[in-house]
Write a protein that binds this ligand. Structure first.
Ligand SMILES: N[C@H](CCC[C@H](N)C(=O)O)C(=O)O
Length: 287
C-alpha cells in the first residue's frame, strides 16, 4: 500500500491555478512521479506542491513541484503562495524560506496576499535552455505556422527557474487557439526541456493581459512564473516599466522586477478550496 494512503491534503488555487498542497514534513514518504499522476487522476491539479523536512540551515521546508503529467518544475509562483497560506500559520511565521531542488525561494505575507521572491531571471539562450543560439532573447528567431504566414513569431524567452516563451500580439489573447498551438510549441525541438507558452497583449505601460499553456499541465487559468517572465520581457522591450499588473483568466498578479538586485517579486492571492484525504485505491497501479 502506498505511504500516501489516507494522507490529508489541501486543494487550493492561486488565482485559478489549481494546486494541491501535501505536507510530508514528517519525512515519512517521498512522492514518485507515478503517485503524482495517480493523485492528478482523482484530484486534478496543475501543480502538486510537496513539502519535505528542511535540508539546509535557514530554510523552513524542502519543496518539490510536480506537474499533472508527473514531470517536475523548478518553480511555481502560484503554488508557492498556496504553500505560504498553509505553512505560515503552522510555523507561526510571516516569512518563509523554501528550498527547491534548484533554488531558495523567499515568501512573505502582504496583507491578505502573499509576495514570492522568484529570484533573478536567466536570459542567456543556454540557460532558457534553447537548442541553439536563436538571436536576441528579447525576440528570438522563431515562428509558428505556415512558412510566410506565421501565426505567432519572435517570442521573448526567459527562464524563471523554468523555461518560458512569451509571444506578443496586438489583440485579445483569448482569440488565439492556445489548446492547439500550445502543445506544438511546448514540444518544439528548439526547447530541449520543453517550454511554457504565453500569449501576451500589452494594454498600457503598466498592464498586460496574458494566457498560458503550461509545460506538463496544459491550459491553465494562471501561471505565476509565466507572469514573472512576461513582466521581465516587457520591461526589457520597453513595453512597460519594471512594475506591471498582469491579468490572467483567473485574476491579477502584481509583478516587480526589482532594480536593486534584479529579483522578480510576484504578489497575489491564495485560496483554499477544500481539504481531503487520499484513498488507498488511488495508488493501486502507482506502486
Ligand atoms: N503554475 C506555475 C508554474 C508551473 C510550471 C510548470 N508548468 C513547468 O514549468 O513545468 C506557476 O504559478 O509558476
Amino acid at each position: 500500500m502506498s505511504g500516501l494512503a489516507n494522507r490529508p491534503y489541501l486543494k487550493m488555487n492561486g488565482i485559478g491555478n489549481e494546486i494541491v498542497v501535501l505536507d510530508l514534513t514528517d519525512g515519512s514518504h517521498a512522492v514518485t512521479p507515478a503517485e503524482a499522476r495517480a493523485i492528478a487522476a482523482h484530484e486534478p491539479f496543475d501543480q502538486l506542491m510537496v513539502l519535505y523536512p528542511p535540508q539546509q540551515a535557514g530554510s523552513d521546508a524542502f519543496m518539490r513541484i510536480f506537474n499533472g503529467d508527473g514531470s517536475q518544475s523548478g518553480a511555481c509562483g502560484n503554488g508557492t503562495r498556496c504553500v505560504s497560506w498553509y505553512l505560515m500559520p503552522v510555523l507561526g511565521k510571516d516569512r518563509l524560506m523554501l528550498q527547491t531542488p534548484t533554488s531558495l525561494v523567499e515568501a512573505r505575507r502582504a496583507e491578505a496576499d502573499f509576495t514570492v521572491d522568484m529570484g533573478p531571471p536567466a536570459l542567456d539562450w543556454q540557460a532558457i535552455p534553447l537548442a541553439r543560439d536563436a538571436g536576441d532573447t528579447r525576440a528570438i528567431d522563431y515562428a509558428y505556422g505556415p512558412a510566410g504566414a506565421p501565426v505567432l513569431q519572435s517570442p521573448s524567452v526567459v527562464n524563471m527557474g523554468n523555461p518560458h516563451a512569451v509571444f506578443w500580439i496586438d489583440r485579445d489573447p483569448a482569440e488565439i487557439d492556445l489548446a492547439t498551438i500550445g502543445p506544438a510549441i511546448e514540444h518544439d525541438p528548439l526547447f530541449p526541456e520543453r517550454v511554457n507558452v504565453s500569449i501576451a497583449q500589452v494594454r498600457d505601460s503598466g498592464h498586460i493581459v496574458l494566457r498560458v499553456w503550461e509545460r506538463g499541465a496544459g491550459l491553465t487559468r494562471a501561471c505565476g512564473s509565466a507572469a514573472c517572465a512576461t513582466g521581465v520581457a516587457a520591461a526589457r522591450l520597453g513595453y512597460t516599466g519594471r512594475r506591471t499588473r498582469i491579468s490572467l483568466p483567473g485574476g491579477d498578479l502584481r509583478i516587480e522586477w526589482r532594480e536593486a538586485d534584479g529579483h522578480v517579486l510576484m504578489t497575489g492571492a491564495a485560496e483554499l478550496e477544500h481539504e481531503g484525504r487520499f484513498a488507498a485505491s488511488w495508488f493501486a497501479d502507482a506502486a
